[in-house]
Ligand binder design. Structure first.
Ligand code: P6P
Length: 333
């Protein structure tokens, strides 16, 4: 049994600087995860379901647990000397914390929270960068807009049938399960690889009529393939990004949330949903794109910018791109 703390100590050299900063940041993330998991599992017993009557920067109703998770992580990272600042889905602007911190963190504190009332798993998503502005001064927005390939760590916490923490620092994807009896995350998924063959495909087709024609043709291709396949792929979509991506990461499957005619940028946020998920999937052997280019190469211009997101096994992504960009020769991986 390897605890998350021990795992981090054993692999400290993998995280640049090896100063122990990452261990302390991940320790705060795991403490936040344990507390959120505790409150989530009692939400309907303790009046924590429902909305607080506010609307966030995204124009979405703020759930009580969104507010709790956001406040909790702000408190935790505000007292961490390695963190120079935060950006959160729930906050319009960046939140500078310790000017002597060397890292900045982007967070979706509780993604998919509208599912809480119906018992569908929800998650926390995080993305960590080394700041580029001088240590000793307050962090600035440009620290958060370095682009997906500049991430130094990324991951998610899934509050599902168990509480799982998955992360990467560029040395593979490693997963841990919370053992409530010990209050520790234990290593349960070392060196995760996404299966090359998909069992599932995942999307919400309520706007299919607004999708680009190549994508509609790809859906038809999937369904035609299923008619003769020995093991037809199943549609699985719970409408909670962490849960949908986690299932497809472990079992193999294509997930996408495309743009539409009215909303070409789609719904999901690039910096604290797209980039971390794309890096995790690439580190596990899959691919992620915005339909046109690798997602990690999509330039970051605004903290809350949105992006179409496609991710899945490399071979399935190659087939998808052949439908989306029929005139582009897709390099054989
Ligand atoms: P739709 C949850 O609100 C979320 O941001 C993601 O977790 C999820 O993947 C997506 O929206 C679901 O959106 O339009 O299918 O309900």
């Amino acid at each position: 049994m390897v605890t998350l703390e021990q795992f981090l100590v054993d692999r400290q050299q993998e995280f640049e600087g090896a100063t122990g900063a990452f261990s302390k940041i991940l320790r705060d993330l795991s403490l936040g995860a344990k507390l959120i998991s505790f409150y989530l599992r009692r939400a309907s017993l303790s009046g924590l379901l429902g909305e607080i009557g506010l609307t966030n920067i995204q124009g979405e109703a703020v759930q009580k647990l969104d507010h709790l998770a956001n406040t909790l992580f702000i408190r935790l990272f505000s007292q961490n000397p390695h963190v120079a600042g935060l950006a959160s889905e729930e906050e319009e602007h960046i939140l500078p914390t310790d000017p002597h911190g060397k890292y900045v963190i982007l967070l979706d504190p509780l993604d998919g929270s509208s599912n809480i009332d119906v018992g569908v798993p929800v998650g926390t998503i995080f993305s960590i960068y080394r700041r580029i502005t001088p240590v000793g001064s307050p962090c600035e927005e440009k620290d958060f807009l370095q682009g997906g390939r500049a991430q130094v760590a990324a991951g998610y916490i899934l509050y599902g049938t168990s509480t799982l923490l998955f992360y990467t620092t560029g040395q593979g994807v490693h997963g841990f399960t919370l053992e409530p009896a010990a209050g520790e995350f234990l290593l349960t998924y070392p060196a995760v690889r996404m299966p090359e063959k998909s069992q599932y495909y995942s999307f919400n087709d309520n706007q299919l009529h607004e999708w680009e024609p190549g994508l509609q043709r790809y859906i038809q291709h999937l369904r035609t393939q299923n008619q003769t396949a020995e093991k037809p792929q199943s549609l699985r979509y719970v409408g909670s990004l962490v849960a949908d991506v986690h299932r497809n990461l472990l079992k193999g499957g294509l997930f996408f949330y495309p743009g539409t005619v009215k909303k070409p940028e789609g719904k999901l946020r690039l910096l604290y949903e797209g980039y971390p998920m794309a890096w995790l999937v690439e580190e596990a052997g899959g691919k992620a794109s915005n339909g046109k280019m690798p997602l990690l190469d999509v330039p970051a211009t605004k903290i809350h910018q949105r992006t179409p997101l496609f991710l899945g096994p490399a071979a399935d992504m190659e087939t998808l791109h052949s439908f989306l960009n029929p005139h582009v020769v897709v390099e054989k991986t």
